[in-house]
Design a protein around this ligand. Structure first.
Ligand SMILES: Nc1ncnc2c1ncn2[C@@H]1O[C@H](COP(=O)(O)OP(=O)(O)OP(=O)(O)O)[C@@H](O)[C@H]1O
Ligand SMILES: [Mg+2]
Length: 449
């Protein structure tokens, strides 16, 4: 049975049939590289409903997707919806599309640059929305939906299936192929496998249930405009999991995996003697402190090796259920042995009361630390991987936490707990505070990605 379609849609389909993406790209002065060409060809063939496009950074996704969207705007009543986690993210795509249309001399009829929307003389339009403002985008029909930075849209599948998929049906189904005339693209970067985007990627493998899904995974190295030396440096600097995720589109496993996966108890652990020799009583001491008022208290001290800047953790203190004055006494006792240099202490920023008590009552000064969990963990992993972060064998509590800390649950990735440990992740919190705050303080570049 033929489904009824509106006059607008009929006009759209008539012109769309003749749309030549390659020619359109030429008028935009966009010359796709090899794997971008695959995406253009796939759009030309139209044998899909939903495409997931997982790319390494700088692969060229903004370039290719804005060309596809601009081509769509050449068709009367073509309508593009871009959904992005944060409104400002969409600006790059929006502006690129606008530029391309100006370049090809398509008159723009009305424009609202604040709301990121415009309509052309062909009655084609583009609208930008975030998951929060999605309601405002409903009630219209769309011939192309683009989810940008889809890995960061937590509610991706719900938003797509419950809000948007019904609006795609308005453009009808291709009688020959059975696929929607309207298309959806999910573009993003690989993360861990808990992301909704990963589920969309998997659908492409299940043709029985999800016939209209296709997936492409693209590596940064495909882009000839990115210098090879840039990638070589990144490959050297980053641990393999981070490199794979950011530059090769490889999803990382999460469930039951170690949080500090780069920590190697052979490579990163050194004897007390070696630590003492390498620091030789010189250089600066940094400390990370995780504080509770009367319980849960941990501190780590490290020396920064002169010349190399490597961080060597020499001393630890981890104690529960102890009043603050006792903690203070213990901290001082530990610091007596650290005869070299000045001490910089970075403390849990969520415990200002304890911090000010220690500062004012005991003249024990602590700087509030940076508490970005994900970034802190990543930075520690990178330093362990490069051998820039070493632990003295004396710090057995820290070593125990490092080797036991696993993700509790793939969907709660920031809540990592060592179920078997009495003191949970106290030393690890101290570690994060120390490493990330020192990185910023010492003006080191944090090359997280
Ligand atoms: N076909 C092309 N021709 C010329 N330059 C290109 C092409 N594709 C990509 N580039 C260039 O490569 C760089 C990265 O492209 P683009 O910004 O589209 O990548 P991206 O995947 O969106 O990057 P990011 O991960 O930073 O968002 C840009 O400088 C862009 O101009
Ligand atoms: Mg981009």
């Amino acid at each position: 049975m033929k489904t009824a379609i509106s006059v607008d849609v009929a006009q759209y389909l008539e012109v769309k049939k003749r749309l030549n993406y390659n020619k359109a790209c030429k008028t935009f002065k966009f010359f796709p590289h090899k794997t971008q060409q695959i995406i253009i060809d796939t759009f030309q063939e139209g044998l899909f409903s939903c495409m997931s496009l997982v790319c390494g950074r700088r692969w060229g996704k903004t370039e290719v997707i804005s060309s596809v969207a601009s081509s769509e705007m050449l068709v009367p009543f073509g309508s593009v919806l871009v959904i992005t986690p944060v409104f400002a993210n969409a600006k790059a795509i929006f502006e690129k599309i606008e530029r391309r249309l100006l370049d090809s001399k398509i008159p723009i009829k009305s424009k609202d640059s604040k709301a990121l929307t415009f309509t052309t003389a062909y009655n084609s339009k583009i609208v930008v929305a975030t998951p929060k403002s999605i309601e405002s985008a409903l009630g219209f029909m769309y011939s192309l939906i683009i989810f940008d930075e889809a890995q960061s849209i937590t509610d991706l599948i719900n938003i797509f299936e419950n809000y948007l998929e019904p609006a795609l049906a308005d453009f009808g189904v291709n009688e020959e192929t059975g696929f929607f005339n309207a298309k959806t693209v999910f573009i993003g970067t690989a993360r861990d496998e808990s992301a909704d985007l990963f589920k969309i990627v998997l659908r492409a493998k299940n043709k029985k249930k999800y016939a209209g899904y296709v997936n492409f995974t693209m590596k940064t190295e495909d882009n000839p405009y990115i210098p090879k030396s840039f990638l070589a440096t990144k490959r050297r600097e980053l641990d393999p999991i981070t490199f794979g995720r950011e530059y090769e589109g490889i999803w990382s496993k999460l469930n039951n995996s170690l949080v500090y996966y780069s920590f190697d108890s052979v490579k990163n652990v050194i004897s007390k003697k070696e630590a003492d020799t390498r620091l030789a009583g010189k250089g600066i001491v940094i400390a990370g402190i995780d504080m509770g008022y009367s319980d849960n208290f941990a501190c780590l001290w490290a020396g920064v090796e002169p010349l190399t800047g490597k961080i060597i953790i020499t001393t630890e203190y981890r104690q529960n259920k102890t009043p603050i004055e006792i903690h203070h006494k213990n901290l001082i006792k530990h610091e007596k042995n650290l005869t070299y240099g000045k001490i910089l202490r970075f403390g849990d920023p969520s415990a200002p009361q304890v911090m000010s008590d220690l500062s004012y009552t005991y003249k024990y000064n602590i700087i509030p630390a940076i508490n970005d969990i994900d970034e802190g963990i990543q930075l520690c992993n990178q330093k362990f991987y490069r051998g820039d972060l070493l632990v003295s064998e004396e710090c057995s509590d820290l070593i125990e936490e490092l080797t036991n800390m696993v993700w509790k649950d793939a969907t709660e990735k920031t809540v990592a707990r060592t179920a078997s440990l009495l003191h949970f992740d106290l030393a690890l919190a101290s570690l994060r505070y120390m490493i990330i705050t020192w990185a910023v303080q010492s003006n080191m570049q944090i090359s997280v990605v």
